[in-house]
Design a protein around this ligand. Structure first.
Ligand SMILES: Cc1cc2nc3c(=O)[nH]c(=O)nc-3n(C[C@H](O)[C@H](O)[C@H](O)COP(=O)(O)OP(=O)(O)OC[C@H]3O[C@@H](n4cnc5c(N)ncnc54)[C@H](O)[C@@H]3O)c2cc1C
Length: 442
């Protein structure tokens, strides 16, 4: 009888969506997989925490129907989702109206007259063809200005105006034409339109938490409070990982390591001189651009959040309207906006008033804030948010391999197709990484 194959030892660095997706997909490989997570809780950018009775999601918290990699993983793990919409959805006259990408859907769209439906379909199709340069140009005007000689009044009134208020959370005269139309292109870019879903319980953090339980069922060991310091490469292959846990240093042998932290943090634990130059050259293209982006006073009941702030490394009091899911905390790079307390006074205010109050607080926290932030939501801002990392849509790694045996990268910058930095991109990349490892080690 042949001797059974020795299990491949795999260490996944980071217990975010990419890390879990990769580890759970490694089932095709006889592997002993450990996930090392620096923080005390799993989830990475999809983490939640509770403060003053409010559950805060660090990232936004919706999944869309086009998430073909992530949703099956969630379903297999027993995570139930609440579907909150299909196509671009809003309510008018107590009725739900939806539209998705195709001209046929536009033709069925009941809110406007049959003639206007044809025009609407044409406008949607026209927008799908727009380039970055077009959006930049359109960023110089508001949507209302753009619409003036372009969009028939009935379509504007019955379609764009309510839609923009619903999905961009602003009035057409406040939102830049570039930003809105770009977000529309993105939404339509999803295969199945825009079907948004929530995890049912406990905020977004319940998703990675359930994945962790699932991982344990598969004998994958997720370990928290483990700060990986170095991936050791000898003779052009990975041989071990050093990490620190509770002040003690550990050194473990491994055959392979998957780094799921933002790719520009790679030099923190890997000697980049040991990696092939074509890989390091590609990686240099990706960098977090710590930008200050803020949007406040959002009052959408559809997406159920109302205050968002993207402020790297700053502390802020934040107001939460909904008990279950509320503020948006954006780790840009590794910097987190930290909630220090919930301001009960703010909770009593109207959105506009709360917005002003938060802006005042931010101005005190961040010198020169006004020159750094465009308060009007603009395409440029959106773009910079979406490009945390890897740069928007294209320009990303098309493999998880680094060129060093046993060293892989995963996350929203590597091998995840055309998705922007979403949980789906993370998941797709994690799965693709596992598949490459299976090829390399089977
Ligand atoms: C404000 C905001 C809103 C968002 N909204 C949405 C949304 O609505 N829908 C959507 O699909 N996506 C959204 N995203 C994107 C989504 O959250 C991320 O793309 C996804 O969670 C990234 O997963 P990941 O596993 O690639 O990376 P991460 O979640 O960043 O995981 C990396 C992990 O590595 C750990 N780590 C770092 N250094 C070390 C170390 N030295 N040792 C050990 N571990 C380490 C980190 O702590 C982290 O847990 C949003 C993101 C932000 C910031």
């Amino acid at each position: 009888m042949s001797e059974s194959r020795k299990a491949t030892k795999v260490i996944v660095v980071g217990a975010g969506i990419a890390g879990f997706s990769c580890a759970l997909e490694l089932k095709g490989l006889k592997a002993r997989c450990t996930i090392l997570e620096k923080e005390a809780t799993v989830g990475g950018r999809a983490r939640s925490f509770t403060e003053s009775g409010y559950v805060f999601d660090q990232g936004l918290h919706f999944f869309v129907g086009g998430f073909k990699s992530l949703i099956p993983i969630l379903e297999r793990s027993g995570i139930r989702m609440t579907v909150v919409g299909e196509g671009a959805v809003w309510l008018k006259g107590g009725e739900r109206h939806t539209i998705s990408r195709s001209i046929v859907d536009a033709a069925r769209f009941g809110l406007v007259s049959p003639t206007d439906r044809i025009t609407l379909g044409r406008l949607v199709q026209e927008n799908l063809k727009r380039t970055r340069a077009d959006f930049l140009e359109l960023d110089n005007m508001t949507f209302a200005e753009y619409a003036e000689d372009k969009i028939p009044e009935a379509i504007y009134e019955d379609f764009y105006d309510p839609l923009i208020r619903t999905v961009a959370f602003m009035k057409p005269e406040e939102v830049s034409a570039g930003q809105y139309l770009y977000s529309e292109q993105l939404r339509f870019a999803y295969e199945d339109g825009f079907q948004a879903m929530y995890p049912e319980r406990g905020g977004l953090g319940s998703v990675p938490y359930t994945l962790m339980l699932q991982a344990r069922n598969f004998a994958i060991e997720p370990k928290v409070n483990c700060n990986v310091k170095q991936v050791i490469i000898e003779d052009e292959k990975v041989v071990g990982v050093n990490y620190e846990q509770d002040g003690k240093d550990f050194n473990v042998e491994t055959d392979a390591a998957v780094i799921t932290t933002p790719v520009d943090l790679l030099p923190n634990f890997v000697d980049m001189n040991k990696l092939p130059s074509d890989f390091t050259t590609s990686v240099r293209k990706f960098s977090y651009r710590p930008s200050i982006v803020a949007y406040f006073g959002l009052s959408s009941r559809v997406l159920d959040f109302n205050v968002g702030g993207f402020v790297p490394g700053k502390k802020i009091h934040i107001v939460a309207e909904a008990k279950r899911v509320s503020g948006v905390l954006a780790p840009i790079g590794e910097s987190l906006l930290t909630v220090t307390s919930i301001d009960e006074e703010l909770l009593k205010m109207e959105n506009g008033e709360a917005t002003e109050a938060i802006l005042e607080e931010l101005k005190e926290l961040i010198p020169g804030l006004e020159s750094k932030v465009t308060w009007k939501k603009s395409w440029k801002i959106w773009r910079s948010v979406l490009s945390q990392p890897p740069g928007i849509m294209k320009d990303r790694l098309t493999t998880n391999r680094t060129g060093v045996k046993g060293l892989y990268v995963a996350g929203a910058y590597a091998n995840c197709g055309e998705y922007y930095a979403s949980m789906e991109a993370a998941s797709k990349s994690g799965i693709a990484c596992a598949q490459e490892m299976i090829q390399d080690y089977s």
